[in-house]
Design a protein around this ligand. Structure first.
Ligand code: GDP
Ligand code: MG
Length: 659
């Protein structure tokens, strides 16, 4: 079964094309870095099943960022039958830089000139035949999102795979070519690992590519001497090191091809540029704050305010009364009806109450993401982020984190530098995820119903934690990393209904699935633990297993203002899933009001603690994967929880003074 790999710059439409070809609905994001692991699907090519692989977006095949390494290793080791280079045709020159590298890999290459619809709108024409001639690759004009040109693409794919036509490599300057010829002729090149074309290997050796050098045995002295001579000679001619010379010449090739193939046929329509406002030096950040505050206001305050009460009534009274009556009439034993009504329905229901407001929150966030605004935020934040030891790209995990920390932590993989990446993983869960929202909504509803600023405030306390952590780590770690931020600003677009719905539903569904599984189970267990003692006798909740456990850890939280066993035990169950905190409180309070265990300032401290302390088990395992487990993970968790403790303590004290 032949395999096609989709490769291209971030945001060129690979995932959209993948979905079109395979009919699946992988997550599509209107910003770079959303695809972090390769996705696989199948596509029907003339009655045959072909495998299609969606790889992370990359700008080059240099060995610096994890995705570039992943994509490069994949092509060289797995040797797909065809690479489809997905090109954003409105950005041909930049895309061709990667194409020059892909054509050296000795694998058939097909250019998919995507975004034809936008090209037309901009009044630009690309001479596809000329492009094909100059690159030596077949090319198809497509629009992945509109689904046009796909038959042509599939047809060309079939011919390329069957004919196994390998593209011609771009030529460098005479001097570089002469050195390459010498290197290729050397005996040392006989030991290159399988699947690496000699010309490609020679270029990598000349560039002094560390990743490739590692895969080779140590070179003989004569070869090293020749390389030294080559590099010295290139430096003399071009005044630069060999790697830069090659990069530079690749850009020249890309520019030459682009100049020959791109024609403006008419003056593009002049559009009103939103960026003059949204990325304005002074207005950008206040606007961002305003927009985020608006998002939280609409979802939590407005929609939440409208839906919470009826749903609470439904799950808290209507079902218990009706179902309770029914169970009584059927003569169901009290243990079972207690488990069902006071355990499962109280627990799961208390979480389901938040579905409407979360749905709206997810909807608004995916609209912001899809229309291109989020990527701009990353751009605006770049300088600030770097001063915090983070990368501009760190904003991506931080924003995805408002949905769920797990994909957010995974998306930190697009950050090139290890230190920045690890720091991003550490701070990502400071951003309130969707699962923490119900707790905030619950507390705000009970204690601060008229204070609109409390929900956005949680968000900004999270951001403050990111800032403080970043500043401290820069302090502790003198090693400064400067790397330019290359990130494309995707164009603004009207979000598509399908994409928005998919993302919103995907996130809401995750929430519902958790309610039906982890929360259901933990509600049932918690109900039993709070109805029985360690000797399995039915007891008053205050003497139950849960109370006993809670009382052991409660003193720890006394200084924070919420040292009751109910509040403490809820924190424990929150490790399984943060939504469980709400269901645990609901089950353990058994109808008593929240104000029986929280004062307003304790409620505030409780929210702050939950916001900042170690995330749920799923996010912890994602952190472990990205940090490589062990000491780094323990350190990260200790920092998060320690910080949360201190912050909650401060808020409790401050709250006492202010509230
Ligand atoms: P990837 O990063 O390469 O996987 O890119 P995505 O598939 O996530 O697409 C990036 C953005 O470009 C999304 O907002 C898509 O809806 C949009 N897009 C993809 N293909 C086209 C196209 O042919 N025309 C237009 N107008 N937009 C497209
Ligand atoms: Mg993608």
């Amino acid at each position: 079964m032949p395999t096609i790999a989709l490769i291209g710059n971030p945001n060129s439409g690979k995932t959209t094309l993948f979905n079109q070809l395979t009919g699946t609905t992988a997550h599509v994001g209107n910003w770079p870095g959303v695809t972090v692991e390769k996705k696989e699907g199948t596509c029907n090519v003339g009655g045959e099943e072909w495998t299609v692989i969606d790889l992370p977006g990359i700008y080059s095949l240099s060995p610096y960022s994890p995705e570039e390494k992943l994509s490069r290793r994949y092509i060289l080791d797995a040797r797909p039958d065809l690479i489809v280079d997905v090109i954003d045709a409105t950005n041909l020159e930049r895309s061709l830089y990667l194409t020059t590298q892909l054509s050296e890999l000795g694998v058939p290459l097909l250019l998919a000139l995507n975004m034809q619809d936008l090209l037309k709108r901009d009044g630009v024409e690309i001479d596809t035949e000329q492009l094909s001639r100059m690159t030596g690759c077949p090319a198809a004009e497509i629009s992945a999102s509109k689904g046009t040109g796909l038959e042509k693409l599939i047809g060309l794919a079939k011919t390329s795979v069957e004919g196994h036509v390998v593209p011609a490599c771009p030529l460098f300057s005479n001097e570089v070519e002469q050195w390459l010829t010498k290197i290729i002729a050397d005996d040392y090149l006989h030991v290159i690992p399988a699947g690496r074309p000699p010309r490609w290997a020679a270029i990598k050796l000349l560039e002094d590519d560390e990743l490739f050098a590692e895969s080779m045995p140590a070179p003989p002295p004569a070869f090293s001497a020749m390389m030294a001579q080559a590099r010295a000679s290139l430096r003399k001619t071009y005044g630069d090191d060999a790697e830069s010379v090659i990069i530079d010449q690749r850009y020249q090739v890309a520019e030459r091809i682009s100049d020959a193939c791109v024609h403006a046929i008419k003056q593009g329509r002049k559009e009103f540029n939103l960026d003059t406002i949204l990325t304005n030096r002074f207005a950008a950040i206040p606007l961002f704050i305003l927009i985020m505050a608006g998002v939280f206001y609409i979802s939590i305050q407005l929609v939440g305010g409208l839906t919470t009460e009826p749903l609470e009534y439904f799950f808290g009274e209507w079902i218990p009364i009706h179902l309770g009556g029914l169970l009584d009439r059927w003569g169901v034993i009290p243990f079972l009806s207690g488990l069902l009504i006071d355990g499962i329905i109280a627990g799961v229901g208390s979480v389901l109450t938040f579905v409407p407001q979360l749905f709206v929150l997810f909807l608004l966030l995916s609209l912001l993401e899809d229309c291109g605004y989020m990527a701009r935020i990353a751009f605006i934040m770049d300088r600030i982020m770097r001063s915090l030891g983070l990368s501009g790209k760190s904003i991506i995990p931080l924003v995805i984190g408002t949905g769920c920390s797990v994909p957010a932590i995974m998306s930190s993989r697009t950050i090139e530098h290890q230190k920045q990446r690890e720091l991003t993983v550490l701070v990502t869960s400071f951003i309130p995820c969707g699962a923490k929202m119900p707790i905030f909504a619950l507390m705000i509803g009970a204690f601060f119903p008229d204070r609109w600023y409390v929900a956005p405030m949680m968000y900004f306390i999270g951001i403050l934690a990111v800032v403080v952590t970043g500043l401290l780590s820069r302090r502790l770690d003198k090693h400064k990393e400067q790397n330019a931020f290359i990130m494309e600003l995707p164009r603004y677009q009207v979000p598509t209904l399908k994409n928005t719905w998919l993302q919103t539903w995907e996130r809401t569904r995750g929430f519902l699935i958790k309610a039906g599984t982890i929360i259901l189970l933990s509600s049932a267990i918690i109900w039993q633990m709070q109805s029985y003692s360690f000797t399995f006798r039915a007891v008053d909740p205050t003497n139950s297993m849960l109370a006993t456990l809670g009382k052991i850890i409660a003193p720890l939280f006394k200084p924070l203002g919420f040292g009751t066993w109910q509040a403490s035990v809820a924190l424990l169950t929150g490790i399984a899933a943060k939504e469980s905190i709400v269901s645990t409180l609901s089950v353990t309070l058994a109808g008593a009001p929240l104000s029986s265990i929280f004062t307003p300032h304790a409620a505030l401290a409780y929210m702050v603690f939950i916001l900042l302390a170690s995330p749920c088990i799923a996010a912890i395992s994602a952190m472990s994967k990205e940090l490589g487990g062990g000491k780094k993970l323990v350190k990260a968790l200790a920092w998060q929880t320690g910080y949360a403790y201190i912050a909650a303590l401060l808020f409790n004290l401050l709250g006492m003074l202010v509230l």
